[in-house]
Ligand binder design. Sequence first.
Ligand SMILES: [Zn+2]
Length: 200
Amino acid sequence: MVPGLRCPTCLVWLVHWGGYWRWLRAPLLIERIWIRRGRCAVCRRTHALLPDLVLARRLDGVAVIGHGIALRVIANVGLRPIAAQLDVPHSTVRTWWHCFRARSPTTLARCSALAVALDGSAVMLATDGERAALDALEVAWHRAQIRFGDAVGGLWRFWSRVSGGEALGTNTTSPWAGGSGADWMAASPFGGDVLERRIH
Ligand SMILES: [Zn+2]
């Protein structure tokens, strides 16, 4: 059994089902990390279990991506200076920003819902657009820390986990954390049957 991971469709526990290597670009190096796969005994689909330090189909660690997004949204830094500062290609930062913008209404809605589920009080934001999406993420993260403590980890790993690794995904039906449960505390299951493709 894979600890803490259930089939997103059938909700039964996954059993270990091998894995695969994927690339991760970290500061000063590109390394390969092992991605475990689990298999559902009911529907027989396999799911990749993405560690929360990465996002699906993104070469860079989620903390690097999050830092870049925050520089753009909060500090209003241009995409080229961000790319230079993070030492990643300009086209990569552009892709992150494009996906984050496209996804910000979903991020705002899902993070607000999660924050409300965590402590029952409404989320009041004085911001809108991409800033509101980031603010809602932070509110949900703070509430998760109050409820679950240090196990929640850093903001960007939380972002990866609650989005099922699809924080910058283009699939609108991806498995964001919904209810008040702590299913999202484990690594992010994503996809079924297919391996990650086209890592950017
Ligand atoms: Zn299943």
